[in-house]
Design a protein around this ligand. Structure first.
Ligand SMILES: C[S@@+](CC[C@H](N)C(=O)[O-])C[C@H]1O[C@@H](n2cnc3c(N)ncnc32)[C@H](O)[C@@H]1O
Length: 482
């Protein structure tokens, strides 16, 4: 195709590159284009689009921006199935068919591992996709607000009287991207199965019918704040309604209404959050009905999940992720397995039947309490979980006390492993390391350091989040023979 290379137009300091051909996918949801030899990373575009790109950053050798409009849409695109696509900001890859999402995710893993790690690599296993690409989340959080987000383009088309007056009006949905005090009002969100949308709408209706003030995040006024809904594959349903202050009569009426309308709720909770921020981790969660937790299953393991517990949000894919992780650990039943950055201990628990002993380390004390409880729930005798920073905990006496590791499973946050931990792992020299990562760029950096003593022997990307650009990758490292 003959590309019309960009006339650079300056408009009130805004640089817009016109008719830019988007050539390929880069990483982190950004595609790549070249204009007069300069690399441009473009958001909200896919390979094959010809877009007008507003630049946010303009460096000497590269620039970054977003597609404002399109001269031609890529033949790779398909019609997003959600009516909120583009405004909500949640499922930013819905314009790509799922097989192409998977292809670009696998490509991202390959690019990062080859370009950053620069070490010998085996043939990568084909990416493991999801069987279900809608309704896959077991946890969702909706926000209530007295202000509705209306995209600027819609604003222009609306007569003034159609723009809602905000006093006492209430909406339920998701925060608009980058806007903390307005919500995108959602009709149907496809991320979690019903009755998720129905519960949110019932709370909004209760608020509207009773003239209840919805929360105003700018003024810190209003009553209805958030709702968290957790739905397990076994059908257990937990709902936690978050209110800004306590109004016992009104609260009772709301909880009774929701309980009556949704008898399938197994645990109904409420939390009073008088703080400016939305975090409930330092707040008391009150039980209106049910045991206060739900049980989720992975294979025949059970996990008790409370309102504050961390649990992988895509249960079906978490099961596959853990199965591949266990497969790469190559356990025979005689191994001491360390589960570093263990969260609530779910990987360690999942591999426990094939191991002799499990040792988990995690910085969040509450997660370690959950890990211990879940180990007991699954009758795992030889498991030890420690709360603290991996760098501080994983010293010589710790390994001496808990036993020399045969396999180390590590699942760090996006920043990857701390260099000091990598040094320690090199010193300990376990025969096998299985490295689970949600960020192949930092994983590649860490693999380069580990290559001093390890060969990368397997690479397995897994998709945990359909319709987003996020990707999980599992790498098996085998100690080099001297
Ligand atoms: C990607 S999550 C791992 C989740 C867990 N493996 C699972 O599958 O549920 C990373 C975990 O590392 C923990 N973490 C972050 N920094 C840490 C550190 N310095 N020491 C120990 N744990 C840390 C986080 O709290 C988080 O639970």
């Amino acid at each position: 195709m003959n590309v019309i290379f960009a006339a650079v137009r300056k408009k009130k300091e805004r640089i817009i590159l016109e008719n830019v051909l988007v050539e390929d996918y880069a990483a982190e949801g950004k595609s790549i284009a070249r204009v007069n030899g300069k690399v441009i990373f473009v958001e909200k575009a896919v390979p094959g689009d010809i877009a007008n790109v507003l630049l946010h950053k303009n460096k000497k050798d590269w620039a970054e921006g977003e597609a404002l409009s399109f001269t031609k849409l890529s033949p790779q695109r398909e019609q997003p199935f959600c009516s909120h696509f583009g405004t909500c900001g949640g499922c930013s890859w819905q314009m790509l068919p799922y097989h192409l999402q998977l292809q670009y995710k696998a490509q991202q893993v390959y690019d990062h591992l080859t370009r950053i790690a620069k070490i010998p690599l085996p043939t990568f296993e084909p990416i493991v996709g999801a069987d279900t690409t809608r309704g896959y989340r077991n946890k969702i959080e909706f926000t209530f607000s007295n202000k509705k987000y209306i995209p600027k383009s819609d604003f222009k088309q609306l007569p003034a009287e159609a723009i809602p007056a905000d006093t006492l009006a209430g909406y339920g949905g998701f925060h608009a991207k980058g806007i903390f005090d307005k919500v995108v009002e959602i009709d149907t969100c496809y991320l979690q199965n019903e009755p998720s949308n129905a519960i949110r709408k019932a709370i909004v209706n209760f608020g509207r019918e009773n003239g209840i003030p919805f929360y105003d995040a700018r003024q810190h006024t209003g009553w209805l704040r958030n709702v968290m809904i957790r739905l397990t594959r076994t059908g257990q349903l937990m709902v936690n309604i978050v209110l800004a202050y306590d109004e016992p009569t009104l609260r009772e009426a709301l909880l009774q209404t929701i309980d009556q309308q949704f008898p399938e709720i197994t645990t109904l909770l409420y939390t009073i959050n008088p703080k400016w921020n939305d975090s409930i981790y330092d707040l008391n969660v009150n039980t209106y009905k049910g045991p206060g937790y739900i049980l989720e299953t992975l294979e025949d393991y059970q996990f008790k999940i409370g309102p504050k517990s961390f649990f992988q949000t895509n249960t079906a894919q978490a099961e596959k992720l853990y199965q591949y992780t266990r497969q790469m650990a190559e356990l025979t039943g005689n191994e001491t397995v360390y589960d570093l950055y263990c969260g609530t201990g779910s990987i360690g628990i999942f591999v426990s039947k094939q191991a002799k002993k499990i040792v988990g380390v995690e910085t969040i004390a509450e997660a370690i309490a959950d890990a211990k409880e879940n180990a007991a729930l699954n009758n795992i005798k030889d498991a030890a979980f420690y709360a603290g920073d991996v760098i501080k905990i994983c010293n010589d006496s710790f390994f001496a006390k808990n036993g020399k590791p045969d396999v180390i499973i590590t699942d760090p946050p996006r920043a990857g492993m701390h260099e000091k931990l990598i040094e320690k792992l090199l010193e300990i020299a376990a025969p096998r390391i299985v490295y689970v990562s949600c960020n192949p760029a930092t994983q590649a950096r860490d693999l380069a350091l580990l290559s001093e003593k390890y060969n990368v022997t397997k690479v397995q990307p897994v998709d945990m989040f359909p319709h987003t650009f996020h990707i999980e990758n599992i790498v098996q490292l085998t100690l080099k023979s001297i």
